[in-house]
Design a binder for this molecule. Structure first.
Ligand code: COA
Length: 370
């Protein structure tokens, strides 16, 4: 038995949800470029869950379900108020999502119907939880979700207690489309491993959130913004990045396990970052990002991934850095739950082996001899 570090190149599941072939990402066979240009996030979530684009009536029904499920239990709001104000937002989100199961009588109902309903519920409730976390941390009361708004619109509304402008809604909606699913990424795999034991969907999503939090995965977008804040201005980019490279440090937002010639999602976020900068007549974040991109591409041959330009996009939308990875979760919960539902269709426990490299032929040593 020989282990492959990081399971690189190992095909660990069959899936018909999303694929990456020759650097092209598709959801249910539709190119992400096509979806980014034409689809709403709600259409994409439906596509991931049910394998086809929704009809107008199906989309309307989904919107109604999202409206119905978006409010979160008052008990949970009270619980969130007791979380330390400086707690890591992903840790708080992971705790709150885990707690959601306590208030759902159907949490352990393993019928397909109940699980599809819970997938939609989780999709509806994550934005409400994250907006509540943000406001409570700032000493404000949470804002209840408003019926009839899209997920992007409602999230921004709940954050700010005012209806957002069209540009912000469009940018966030497109970012959600781009983050929705990504084959067997680390958090999706974590979710599938958890539910393959026939544990419940809330446990699966909680596992996935834990995996997403790390800076090598979803946490990279926050790390990118931290770096941009530290750099400050374009003229500081060169010395800052060069020092990191000389120290052989990783530059967050670059590189990818699967994409070696560039992440197809990055160009959309780059364009969005530029457009938002132009609109706000402040190109500092965009110009810094471009300069970093050029340096890393030239010196390391690494291309930006989905997290690199999303950092400047979210900041230009007026969203605080601590919410970047949670926003990734608002989108990816659609993919996680689609994969969880798929896992159960033809389930087998996921239980690989380890290559043992430890000591052998050892004997128990009595305490007094150690
Ligand atoms: N900055 C500098 N060097 C990097 C790098 C980065 N962001 N990403 C990879 N490399 C280098 C590694 O140091 C390694 O070099 P070496 O062979 O000289 O040791 C080589 O490129 C291969 O990288 P590796 O870490 O083995 O790739 P991986 O497939 O295991 O990891 C990532 C993929 C995404 C985790 C990795 O590229 C990374 O850590 N990127 C930064 C975090 C990030 O943006 N994550 C979000 C992913 S969407």
């Amino acid at each position: 038995m020989t282990a492959t570090k990081g399971l690189e190149g190992i095909v660990a599941a069959t899936s018909s949800i999303s694929s990456i072939v020759d650097g092209v990402l598709t959801y249910r066979g539709i190119d992400i470029d096509d979806l980014a240009e034409h689809a709403s996030f709600e259409e994409v979530a439906y596509l991931l869950w049910f394998g086809k684009l929704p009809s107008a009536a199906e989309l309307q029904k989904l919107q109604q379900d999202l409206d119905t499920y978006a409010p979160i239990p008052q008990h949970l709001i009270e619980q969130i108020k007791l979380y330390p104000k400086d707690a890591n937002t992903m840790a708080a989100l992971r705790s709150a999502v885990s707690a959601l199961a306590l208030y759902d009588e159907e949490a352990d109902d393993m019928s397909r119907e109940a699980n599809e309903k819970k997938a939609i519920k989780l999709q509806a409730q994550l934005p409400t939880i994250i907006a509540a976390l943000s406001r409570i941390r700032q000493g404000k009361e949470p804002v209840a979700p408003k019926k009839g708004l899209t997920i992007a619109e409602n999230f921004l509304y709940m954050l700010r207690d005012e209806l957002p402008d069209e540009t912000s809604i469009k940018a966030l909606d497109q970012a959600l489309v781009l983050h929705a699913d990504h084959e067997l990424n680390a958090s999706t795999f974590a979710g599938r491993v958890t539910v393959a034991t026939l544990s419940d969907i809330y446990s699966g999503v909680t596992s996935a959130l834990g995996a997403l939090k790390g800076p090598l995965h979803g946490g990279a977008n926050e790390a990118v913004m931290k770096m941009l804040e530290e750099i400050g201005t374009v003229d500081q980019v060169e010395s800052y990045i060069q020092q990191k490279l000389d120290n052989r440090e990783k530059i967050m937002g670059f590189g990818h396990r699967v994409y070696k010639n560039g992440d197809p999602r990055a160009k959309h976020l780059q364009q969005m970052s530029r457009e938002l900068g132009e609109m706000k007549e402040n190109m500092n974040l965009y110009n810094m990002s471009i300069k970093i991109d050029e340096m890393i591409t030239n010196q390391k041959g690494l291309r930006p991934n989905v997290d690199f330009y999303s950092a400047s996009v979210y900041t230009q939308l007026g969203i605080e850095r601590e919410l970047f990875t949670p926003i990734f979760a608002i989108s990816r919960v659609s993919g996680w739950t689609a994969h969880i539902l798929e896992q159960w269709v033809d389930n087998r426990i996921i239980r690989p082996r380890a290559e043992y490299v430890g000591l052998s032929d050892q004997k128990y040593i009595p305490m007094e001899l150690r």
